[in-house]
Write a protein that binds this ligand. Structure first.
Ligand code: HEM
Length: 246
């Protein structure tokens, strides 16, 4: 078994060294895994190898590599590990502001599921020259891809206007914006999900004028998120609804 593992190690993408049996589990940051893996990917590259105990894991952190995995290797990387079967998805997008551009910008910077839903490799495949073995878990880090400096200008800036002069959409064709992922296992509820964000939000904004509570300034609004599989605001945003438009 030892030699078997060593032989495959030479074909693996780069990644932080791990401990015997534990792999990289001891380095696992439960509170913000997408941030931790994004930081690691800056050191080890946008196709990075981790071991969670005995489970081999790939982390994809750039638009280019997401295209390679989800388009060129869509078939081999389209299974699901059984552990995620009952994960709940969140459709709460009510912390975003107006118009589809803003929805897109929100989905870029705060994807509802930052590490998307893990996949499992079923067939041995070559990704970017590396040999990836069956049973490897694949995480596509949508959080990192939304901040990919090769794909986005000033990626950390919340600037919905960037979509006014661009055709980039979240339908799974443009790999720099994949909150619903892409390929044959992408979200079948994409249209319902997007409408559930856009319609309530549009109605709320059309019907009321909104103000910050007395004494609160724009700069006081924080965008921190709670640790978890899906994105929830850490601190609630309280707004005052005024002037009902009849
Ligand atoms: C803003 C709302 C939503 C977001 C961001 C979202 C995101 C996702 C993501 C990232 C995946 C994994 C896709 C992949 O691995 O390629 C997924 C899968 C899935 N989603 Fe959604 N989703 C949303 C709403 C919905 C809704 C409204 C439904 C159903 C009415 C739905 C049903 C599903 C199902 C059944 C899968 C599993 C598909 C498969 O494994 O083949 N989603 N979703």
């Amino acid at each position: 078994l030892f030699f078997h593992c060593r032989r495959h190690e030479t074909h693996r993408p780069p990644g932080p060294p791990g401990l015997p049996l534990l792999g990289n589990l001891h380095q696992f940051d439960k509170s913000a895994p997408h941030l931790h893996r994004w930081q690691l990917s800056k050191q080890y590259g946008s196709l990075m190898f981790l071991s969670f105990g005995t489970v081999p894991t790939l982390v994809v952190s750039s638009a280019k590599m997401a295209k390679e995995v989800l388009e060129n290797h869509d078939l081999e990387v389209s299974s699901r590990p059984s552990l995620v079967g009952r994960q709940k998805m969140s459709y709460n997008g009510l912390d975003v502001a107006f118009t589809p551009y803003v929805v897109k910008e929100k989905l870029r910077l705060y994807p509802p599921s930052p590490l998307l839903v893990p996949r499992e490799v079923t067939e041995r495949c070559n990704i970017a020259g590396y040999i990836i073995e069956p049973k490897t878990l694949v995480f596509i880090n949508a959080w990192a891809i939304g901040r990919d400096t090769e794909a986005w200008e000033n990626p950390e800036e919340f600037n919905p206007q960037r979509f006014l002069s661009s055709f980039i959409d979240f339908k799974g064709q443009d790999f720099e914006l994949i909150p619903f992922c892409a390929g044959r296992r992408s979200c079948p509820g994409i249209h319902m999900g997007a409408l559930n964000v856009e319609l309530p939000l549009t109605n709320l904004l059309y019907t009321f004028d909104w103000e910050l509570p007395h004494g609160m300034k724009r700069e006081d609004i924080d965008t921190d998120i709670k640790p978890g599989i899906t994105t929830h605001k850490k601190n609630e945003l309280c707004l005052m609804a005024k002037n009902l438009v009849l």
